[in-house]
Design a protein around this ligand. Sequence first.
Ligand code: ADP
Ligand code: ASP
Ligand code: MG
Length: 406
Amino acid sequence: MLIVQKYGGTSVGNPERIRNVAKRVCRAKDEGHDVVVVVSAMSGETDKLINLANQVSENPDPREMDMLVSTGERVTIALLAMAIQSLGYKAQSFTGRQAGIISDNVHTKARIEKITGDRLRHAIKEGKIAVVAGFQGITETSDDVTTLGRGGSDLSAVAVAAALKADLCDIYTDVDGVYTTDPNMVPQARKLDKISYDEMLELASLGAKVLQTRSVEFAKKYNVPVRVLSSFNDNPGTLVTKEDSDMEKVVVSGVAYDKNQVKVTVQGVPDKPGVAAKIFNTISDNNVVVDMIIQNIGEGGLTDMSFTVPRTDAKKIQEVMKKVVAEIGAKNVTVKEDIAKISIVGVGMRSHSGVAAKMFTAMAKEGINIMMISTSEIKISCVIDAKYTELAVRVLHETFEMDKAA
Ligand code: ADP
Ligand code: ASP
Ligand code: MG
């Protein structure tokens, strides 16, 4: 078999852990498999680099940012290759460029366009363990280093697995699978044997950082079987795969939380055609992604409108909205930072009713006020005060009896 293994930041967080990863990689080789390893930077390293950038510039240039943060993974590929070699196995490290990971040129959140992978194939043929830098790519036209967004090494691994037609893509992390909710927040969280691509996609995009959203999108598109496992033990992990009829039986399979958004409210918006278009066109022209939107019933020709945007865009949105407010003749704009989005996810929601009512009742019993609501076929999200995050997650986990297997 050809196996792609990905090790996250905690798993390669110090020299001892890197030696531990080397042993695991060699074990797979001993079992007769060809192995390609994708690694993240040592834990905390990417944050440290971003912090450095912010100390020398108020608005770091995205191209230079990518040049900077891509170095984190360069350290770990070399160290892991050395550690593997010291165990008597052949290994070679590859940067994104050397692996042929071609992306578009949207710095700091580039998309992978294709992976040539010739050198990886050649290394495998020579019996080497190829060690590839996660999170980074290269633009085809300008030959510039790009990065794939936070948590992007998951995407690198899945994309390499798809390009090499690997039999399996194993994502090794600091928990031994995908749980009903973050096991580091709720001890009663239960590990799932398997989860559908769609549910995983929702959980990831709603804040469960165990897999990066785009890696799941990619896995679904190219049908890559993904397993999430621990690099610290040999417990069976979670398989992320196509939906089957078992999965429909469970109404709610997981709870996710996201504290990385802020809520923007525009008050006294003239209630007439074209105003919403003006607001959201301007925001989109400034490359800010809007998530939830609500508009209140208008009174006296005026209305209020609220929406959420990523926390990283909080400063930018304030500036953008100030101008828009003046242009459309609205009263004012406020940004609320201390909010959280709590979501429940499950493919079973398609065929069960009363799920939203049960969710809102559970929150009401705890005195948690809901500021915004959004739903899709397989998820319900509520924006609440950030201080109730943990309480809400626990209560919903209990209400939908997620600690019990179906
Ligand atoms: P890595 O550095 O290996 O990429 P991450 O920190 O990105 O690891 O992701 C693993 C973390 O995801 C876990 O430590 C856990 O706190 C968090 N997490 C959030 N939601 C879930 C969930 N539903 N199941 C498992 N882990 C989750
Ligand atoms: N090192 C990058 C990050 O911290 C990519 C990753 O770990 O997946 O976001
Ligand atoms: Mg991660």
